[in-house]
Design a protein around this ligand. Structure first.
Ligand code: ARG
Ligand code: ASP
Length: 734
């Protein structure tokens, strides 16, 4: 090959690369500047204003972030408005808490599903709401331009905080909106987001878990996938269509914008985009941090959770009641566990450490080219190395205390019970009774899902991890009993705590609470489990968190400088800011992938695959009879395809992360084709390093949603609220 053809070849490769690289979660207000051309090249037919426009309703006005009202700027999931009357779609796993809270033995909505057949039947929820992004603005200058040169960190931080407060106050002055300024690019840029947060959100529908959670933890993070992971809510507003606390007077929210639904399906290479609220990514970590994560943090957390899951699962397999009690707990633990395993494998496969080190080498060369750069950035990498070395034991101790002692059921329960200490002599009686009543009811809820034997085994395993792996200077005081009284026997220590504490025993606890008065506080604080809880908190607050926090804040400061340098060094590249629970757009194409040698995955799954997985012996793979019937009769309404039955899920190359669950996946016309709910296991390292060949987001096909609502649940009235379109007229519907 001559040099010329080689260059030409490289050029083509480069062009193809940029066309296919779907990396990035972009800001709505910068689409016009950075992305729209590439999006249109990939097939997008609309303009940047169609996505984000503050003067007219645009697609962003049909996208919501799910929030707990107690922390309104952290979006635990995303969702989309799909009718003029404020009907919202999200994932089943996002609505799970709400569905569970309305469930009881008589109405087991988790098992049987729930469908409001009229608006009167829709169920109100406590503490959750949805937000709309009404406006976003770059406020970097305002936040940073008052900082004098050579300001100390303290001065810098206090000016930044004051400026942020001023901007947020001004943005919400005289209106009912909520405003939040967040740092981007590690504090090199700042953006203001202004939200309208609706507080009356009602549950409209959810399929049974055998559909909404089909495949459970077995299939979680995996492709091929067949989970019907959706649930439906409705936003309620006051008569002025404004946010209001729950009230019977409230009416369905009149949507500023809702999504049309395209029901003619997807093909490989079709344009797709995802709008929503990705939570956290760490794409600009230095090699030292990647090393700490992959070699220290992830292995420790994986080791601990492997043991917990093993113990939990064996009890769950042996006893149906335990299985129900521990299903949600196991799911939560397994979700992170499986992700970290995938992440470590992916980062290893990508040789992420070497890639980062090579980048750092190039960066250093660039720094050394100028004296100014040497002054500004010359120290960064050496300081990183030193700080990460110092951080390591503290980071590990922090991970350990969270994953072991703070993860035991009874220390968590102790934390809730702490409210008892608010009940003091001379305090307001009515308030005391209220606190107590709340605790009594929380306690019932706690024991509903508690099994002493399972908990004790796990407690013992977790204490053993902490006792063995963490330095004695960081042990809670009670651990001295292990050394002195019990001659090193952790089992004897655990037996002692479980025989002396009242927390493992529902009747004792209930009786204690019912007769509680401030005179009994000593009995509470002297309980050996509660004592252990306070000691653990003490150790954490005195010796684990402070050094961790200290090194971390020094690292954050370095990070700001390093990322500034990276942005300068890679000026010709457009970098995206890490996810931080603000509104983002990711775009890519419908795509398949090859997970390993000799294996190629198709981008779409079908109902026939659910029937193949059907196995009454395996809890995760039980298929409801009605679904089997619909399959046998090919009764797919107008939602199926002619050849392959009923589509269920598909993969695409959009860069997504936790928080993007429930996000709308839109086609080239901005119409809804599916609901995002997961990523593939081989691609979970995308939070740290994205691989265009391997990273895929997993989407629930909207046609399966409609089929379940209409044909399975008989809730056609909900489909009637929506606007279904045939986007690519040329394709024939059966
Ligand atoms: N992996 C998905 C996410 O991170 C889905 C989790 C819920 N499903 C489960 N089986 N635990 O949120
Ligand atoms: N399942 C995740 C969520 O709940 C999405 C992901 O991590 O890809 O947001």
């Amino acid at each position: 090959m001559t040099k010329k053809t080689l260059t030409f070849g490289l050029l083509i490769l480069f062009v193809i690369n940029t066309l296919h690289a779907s990396e990035g979660m972009w800001l709505p207000i910068l689409l016009k500047k950075y992305n729209i051309e590439e999006m249109q090249q990939k097939g997008f037919k609309l303009s940047a204003e169609d996505i984000y426009d503050i003067n007219n309703a645009s697609l962003k006005d049909a996208v919501v972030g799910f929030v707990r009202l107690s922390s309104p700027f952290h979006h635990f999931c995303s969702g989309e408005v799909i009718s003029p009357e404020g009907l919202v779609l999200t994932n089943h796993h996002c609505g799970y808490g709400a569905i569970q809270s309305h469930s009881s033995i008589e109405h087991d909505y988790l098992t049987d599903g729930f469908w409001a057949m009229s608006k009167e039947e829709e169920l109100a929820n406590e503490n959750i709401g949805v937000c709309f992004l009404r406006r976003m603005e770059d406020v970097t200058n305002e936040v940073l331009n008052k900082i004098p040169e050579n300001a100390t960190k303290e001065i810098r931080d206090s000016i930044i905080n004051a400026q942020i407060e001023k901007i947020e106050t001004e943005a919400t002055d005289g209106n009912e909106l909520s405003a939040k300024v967040k740092p981007f690019f590690s504090g090199n840029e700042y953006y203001l987001s202004v939200y309208e947060i609706f507080r009356d959100l009602r549950l409209v529908g959810a399929p049974p878990s055998a559909i909404g959670k089909f495949g459970g933890d077995t299939d979680n993070w995996m492709w091929p996938r067949h989970t019907g992971d959706f649930s439906m809510f409705r936003i309620y507003a006051n008569k002025e269509n404004k946010p209001a606390d729950y009230s019977e007077e409230n009416v369905p929210y009149k949507a500023k914008r809702f999504l049309e639904i395209a029901i003619d399906g997807v093909e490989k290479n079709d344009f797709t985009m995802v709008l929503g609220y990705p939570g956290t990514t760490e794409e600009y970590l230095p090699s030292f941090a990647v090393k700490l994560k992959t070699e220290v943090e992830n292995p420790a957390k994986i080791k601990i959770r492997t043991k917990t899951l093993e113990l939990m699962k064996s009890d769950m397999d042996a006893d149906a009641e335990v299985r129900i009690k521990y299903a949600a707990k196991a799911a939560g633990i397994a979700n992170g566990w499986k992700k970290w395993i995938g992440e470590n494998k992916g980062l290893k496969r990508l040789d992420a450490l070497t890639t980062k080190q090579e980048l750092e080498l190039e960066f250093t060369k660039w720094v050394n080219q100028s004296d100014d750069r040497k002054i500004e950035y010359g120290h960064v990498l050496a300081n990183y190395e030193e700080l990460y070395k110092k951080l390591e034991p503290h980071q590990l101790a922090l991970n350990y205390i969270y994953e072991t002692l703070f993860s035991t059921e009874l220390l968590k329960f102790s934390r809730k019970l702490q409210a008892l200490t608010d009940i003091t002599k001379g305090a307001n009686d009515e308030k005391n009774q209220e606190t107590l009543n709340k605790l009594i009811s929380n306690t019932k809820g706690f024991y509903k899902d508690y099994n002493l034997e399972t908990d004790k085994k796990i407690f013992s395993a977790l204490v053993t991890f902490y006792y063995t792996d963490i330095d004695k200077s960081l042990h809670p005081k009670s651990f001295q009993l292990i050394d002195k009284k019990f001659k090193g026997s952790i089992d004897a220590f655990v037996d002692y705590i479980y025989s002396k504490s009242m927390l493992p025993y529902p009747e004792k606890m209930q009786a204690f609470l019912e007769a509680y008065s401030y005179r009994k506080m000593k009995k509470f604080t002297n309980d050996p489990m509660v004592k252990l809880y306070y000691e653990t908190i003490n150790i954490y607050a005195s010796s684990i968190y402070p050094p961790y926090k200290q090194y971390h804040s020094e690292i954050n400061e370095l990070h700001r400088i390093y990322v500034k340098g990276l942005l300068e060094f890679q000026k010709d590249k457009v970098l995206f800011p890490d996810a931080n629970s603000t509104f983002r757009i990711a775009y890519g194409t419908i795509d398949d992938y090859e997970p390993r040698d000799g294996v190629s995955y198709f981008h779409q799954t079908y109902l026939s695959g659910i029937i193949e997985k059907d196995n009454p012996e395996i809890y995760d793979y039980r298929v409801p009879e009605k679904l089997k019937e619909l399959f046998t009769n090919k009764d797919f309404g107008s939602y199926g395809t002619d050849k392959k039955t009923m589509p269920v899920c598909f993969t695409a190359s959009n860069h997504t992360t936790g928080g993007n669950s429930g996000s709308p996946i839109l086609n080239e016309n901005g119409q809804l084709i599916g609901i995002n709910f997961d990523r593939n296991w081989e691609g979970t390292m995308s939070d740290v390093m994205y691989d265009p060949d391997m990273c895929r987001n997993i989407t629930l096909d909207i046609r399966y949603v409609l089929f379940i609502v209409d044909k399975f649940a008989g809730a056609k009235h909900l489909v009637d609220e929506m606007t279904l379109v045939n986007a690519k007229q040329k394709r024939q519907l059966p």
